[in-house]
Design a protein. Sequence first.
Length: 294
Amino acid sequence: MINSMTGFSRVSLDRDWGSLSVEIFSVNSRYLEVFVKTGRDLMSEEPSIHSAVKKRLNRGKIQVRVELSWSSRYKAGKINSDVLSSYASELKSIGESLGYPGTISLEGLLQLPGVTEPPSLSPSVRDELGGALMDLMESALDGLISMRKTEGDELKRDIESHLDRYRSLVEKVSLSWRDGADRAFEALKDRVEAVSERFSCSIDEGRLAQEMTFIADKWDISEEISRTESHLGQFLGTMSEDGPIGRKLDFLLQEMNRELNTMGSKVSDSEIRWLVVEGKTVLERIREQVQNVE
């Protein structure tokens, strides 16, 4: 089964303490890479978010963004009067010592570190927030996986159409080779005999057969064709397997491309050479799609 590594999902919920949203975006990557961005209030939940993603996904660059917006009753912070008084007293003292007495802005004091404290949350609210976040993560991952499956179905259809073209090209190479191999062999034999007659030298039939066999092996591509057909069958079988298959498909494409390169280097027939070039073009198109397969 083919799943894409590209997808997007966003879910949210509202509670009396505020609203919470989770957004997940994924693109292709050789490995599983997870990047999480949360606000200060949810930093402690980041390990759980990483764990949730790794349980459900195998490959891809995954970006998770969590946003929390508190309701008004939880937004208001607490002013630490002791810290505020200490700042005011020290600033006044410094100003007088430098000869710059003046009024101290209350708004400015409130911006200083430690003057305002974040709203305190009860353990029950913290527990509810953590549970809600994990529920949202599962929902977001469900949506992402569903989209990646839909994208995978599109990839499969496209890859299969290219594979049909590739299979057709391999069949044409095989037919051209079978039709041309005997002719090429006889032509080579005729050339040897013509040279022998021209220079009036006898031919050792056993040695001739041995040399002809050696030469024929150098441009015989029947084994390459057979291996290519085997790789093609393995490729189709792998596409039906469960789990991450992208790396397997990429490896098989490399093997198929290697066989085509060998065919192109062995044969001198222009038709077969052109079919090899077309086959490599089709494999490159398949490879571009396989790069997105999980």
